[in-house]
Design a protein around this ligand. Structure first.
Ligand SMILES: [Zn+2]
Ligand SMILES: [Zn+2]
Length: 265
């Protein structure tokens, strides 16, 4: 088995935060201390070495996490259930942990600790479906975007340019949570179209195909693509979210949507 020091550090950080430092290949003091802590947690004899027994134990626990996340509806990315946190900020597995934590109202730190693992295991035992987000939804400037690590609030702004200053006070957090949910599921960037975020009334009136008072004017809808994912797959997943009550309505068409999907809450 081959495991770089950086990989050991990434895994020991992502599980229970046994390591908290830079992800690199230096066998520094923080790394040595983390190895002791990891071995103690796994019931392995004390040693400074991250040997094959450690590698196996580490891969096994990250695979369990990735399996639980996937079953709960949170994609761990293209590399799948491989027993490895990404080396850059936890990668897609870290992002999935963050999205899951946000969805359950847990502290969002990308570290699967006692609470996160407990919630994931309990969720699986109960056979519960993914539930989204919804503890105390906020609007506009009050939305805590640290819960939505793949997005910036500007991406949701009214971007007519001539019509308003972005009208972000209208933005409803629940649609941000939907965007994060879809983004985490596919593990790919979600791109909101130019007129696909909040729309002030002035922009909505001149948007081709828009109905009066569309959900966009209430900050409760997005039109978007998922980079590298076909519109059919995106729409199918939105319909799943609709069945779960997370999305209230979604559609696409070829006349004015050009392959983007509209989802609203
Ligand atoms: Zn506007
Ligand atoms: Zn729309």
């Amino acid at each position: 088995m081959s495991f770089t020091v950086a990989q050991a550090k990434a895994n020991m950080h992502g599980m229970y935060g046994n390591y908290n430092g830079a992800i690199n290949n230096a066998k520094d003091a923080a790394y040595r201390n983390a190895v002791y802590a990891f071995r103690a947690r796994k019931g392995l004899p004390p040693s400074r070495y991250f040997n094959d027994a450690c590698i196996s134990a580490s891969i096994a626990e990250v695979k369990e996490l990735q399996t639980l996340l996937t079953r709960a509806g949170f994609s761990v990315g293209a590399s799948g259930i491989d027993g490895r946190f990404g080396l850059t900020d936890g990668g897609d597995t870290g992002a999935a942990v963050a999205a899951y934590q946000a969805s359950r109202g847990l502290r969002v730190d990308k570290v699967a600790g006692t609470q996160t693992m407990g919630a994931l295991r309990a969720g699986q035992a109960a056979g519960s479906k993914p539930v989204v987000p919804i503890p105390a939804m906020q609007t506009g400037a009050n939305i805590d975007f640290s819960k939505y690590p793949n997005f910036k609030i500007e991406e949701f702004a009214c971007r007519g340019g001539w019509c308003c200053d972005g009208s972000l006070y209208l933005l409803n957090e629940a649609i941000v949570a939907v965007a994060q949910h879809i983004r985490s599921h596919f593990g790919r960037p979600l791109i909101i179209t130019k007129v696909g975020g909040v729309r002030c009334q002035a922009l909505n009136r001149v948007t081709y195909g828009a109905i009066a008072n569309s959900k966009h004017t209430q900050g409760k809808a997005i039109d978007f693509y998922v980079q590298g994912v076909g519109v059919g797959s995106v729409l199918a997943y939105c319909r799943e979210l609709q069945k779960q009550g997370i999305v209230s309505y979604c559609y696409t068409n070829n006349t004015n949507m050009r392959g983007a999907v509209h989802a609203e809450i």
